[in-house]
Design a binder for this molecule. Structure first.
Ligand SMILES: NC(=O)c1ccc[n+]([C@@H]2O[C@H](COP(=O)([O-])OP(=O)(O)OC[C@H]3O[C@@H](n4cnc5c(N)ncnc54)[C@H](OP(=O)(O)O)[C@@H]3O)[C@@H](O)[C@H]2O)c1
Length: 463
């Protein structure tokens, strides 16, 4: 057996450090030697919880079956991993001090062929150093969220290839090197989220439920909704989750559900407008709206403005609008918001509506300084929506697509992180603000923002 031991002092309280480290899915956030972790046991981490940890050995991925063998909130976490010809024992001891928590991490490796152990010693040391650097970053001092795009991010966005690469899984893995652990709980917070029966919304809902939020999911399919609620409750142990039905291409249904929720929920802390779809064929709803305009722009506008009284009752509410990097390709078309002119193009209609969603985010941030209002885009993530609406893109790009959790990470961070609460009116990717236009012809103006707001208000006044 060979071993290594490292110590690090985190400025964060013991309970926070404990809950972060006991959840082995966070391995992939702090240990660069870990490619991916899949939780195999529902509910919060307890003794006996199992995880499949994929170690990254250069290009090779090595599966290790991990089990938590001791989880004591007083400050001990012991996990045992079994690989094909080795076992790993992680022993983490935490001791709380007035200035934070001292973390001692001991790692023991036992190989099936002990003669190879001398060869592995330098590797163990290297793994330990990288792991402890990861812990220092994720559990180190809390930094404020950036309030404007950095020069490298602007240059990256402007150069099309690096910009596009940042949308992929590699872009996320690169960005993740700067992430810190979420230093928060969502206990007592009410989150309303649309489209959480699938893809990104489903993943964000699971993370927020695991943080303790009370969740209200708005979706169109009651059966799928009930199943989602049951699954989320089983996975996270959170029973404060419910589903309400509304087809969000219908403004009447959106307004009706919002007015009901406004009565039932005197306070809403977070609203996440996530539901979306890309329509390859132009169709008009029975209310007379082109579907992309209705679902991606008018409906989030309606839900947000109708829920404002409950949002204003929160000490610092947050609104998160899920837009798309596709909006970089299109300007707003105030003269043709419903794509009545020319030959309909689904991705263009989608991109224009998503730019509109960004514009209303900026307007709302200016109108409501007491609410943190941001837009984000998830990059390119492997979700049923992408597979269905963009089959050719999906066929080529599938290996490079982000997991839903990677795409949803910034939604969760914007909803939960105390630092994210302080910055409003921005467009985010991977927890950093980004520019809102790459091509001058797509840039929108303050005047256009005002005009769009007026048009949407006027449409909403019909209901
Ligand atoms: N995945 C990506 O790469 C990507 C990239 C850029 C932006 N986005 C945006 O991310 C958001 C989530 O997309 P996703 O990729 O996770 O897609 P998804 O897997 O298809 O999920 C979309 C969600 O929206 C719901 N929804 C769709 N139409 C609805 C309607 N008329 N009424 C109520 N709910 C409706 C769906 O409900 P059902 O379960 O009933 O279908 C589902 O829960 C969307 O706004 C999308 O535009 C995604």
């Amino acid at each position: 057996m060979i071993s290594m031991e490292k110590t690090f002092h985190s400025p964060r309280p013991l309970a926070q450090v404990f809950s972060y480290l006991a959840d082995l899915t966070n391995f992939e956030l702090w240990d660069p030697g870990v490619h991916e972790v899949i939780s195999l046991s529902p509910g919060p981490p307890v003794t006996g919880s199992r995880y499949m940890v994929m170690l990254a050995m250069g290009p090779r991925k090595v599966p290790v079956d991990y089990t938590l063998i001791k989880v004591d909130p007083a400050g001990t976490i012991v996990a045992k991993g079994s690989g094909a010809n080795f076992t790993l024992l992680d022993h983490i001891t935490l001791s709380g001090t007035s200035s934070g928590t001292t973390i001692t991490w001991r790692l023991e490796l036992t190989l099936a062929s002990p003669s190879l152990e001398p060869l592995m010693r330098p590797f163990m040391h290297f793994t330990g150093s990288r792991g402890i650097s990861g812990l220092k970053r994720t559990l180190g001092a809390i930094r404020p969220a950036p309030s404007k795009p950095s020069l490298p991010s602007i240059l990256g966005d402007l150069m099309l290839l690096p910009g596009a690469l940042s949308f992929t899984k590699m872009g996320f893995l690169q960005a993740r090197r700067n992430f810190t652990a979420l230093d928060t709980s969502m206990d007592g917070k009410t989150v309303v989220i649309t489209g959480a029966t699938s893809g990104l919304g489903r993943s964000a809902a699971a993370s927020l439920a695991a943080l303790g939020a009370t969740l209200v999911i708005i979706g169109r399919d009651p059966e799928k909704g009930a199943q989602t609620v049951a699954n989320l409750t089983q996975e996270t142990g959170n029973s404060q989750i419910r589903f309400v039905t509304a087809d969000l291409t219908s403004v009447a249904q959106t307004v009706s559900v919002a007015r009901t929720l406004r009565q039932e929920l005197p306070r809403v802390d977070v609203l996440i407008n996530n539901a979306g779809a890309l329509f390859n064929e132009r169709k008009v709803t029975h209310e007379g709206y082109e579907r992309s305009f209705a679902l991606l722009l008018l409906s989030p506008f309606a839900l947000t403005t109708e829920l404002l009284p409950s949002l204003k009752a929160s000490p610092r509410a947050r609104i998160i609008n899920v837009t798309s990097g596709g909006m970089y390709t299109q300007p707003i078309r105030l003269d043709d918001l419903q794509y009545e002119r020319g030959r309909y193009d689904g991705p263009k209609a989608y991109a224009r509506a998503k730019r509109g969603l960004l514009m209303i985010t900026e307007t709302l941030a200016a109108l409501e300084p007491g609410i943190t209002c941001n837009a984000m885009h998830p990059g390119w993530a492997n979700t049923p929506g992408v597979a269905l609406s963009l089959p050719k893109f999906y066929g080529i790009m599938a290996p490079l697509l982000r997991t839903p959790a990677m795409g949803a990470d910034t939604i969760v961070w914007l909803a939960a992180s105390p630092q994210a609460r302080e910055v409003s009116g921005k467009l985010w990717l991977d927890r950093t603000p980004h520019i809102t236009a790459i091509f001058p012809r797509t840039q929108h103006t303050a005047r256009q923002r005002e005009q769009l707001w007026t048009v949407l208000q006027s449409e909403l006044s019909r209901f």
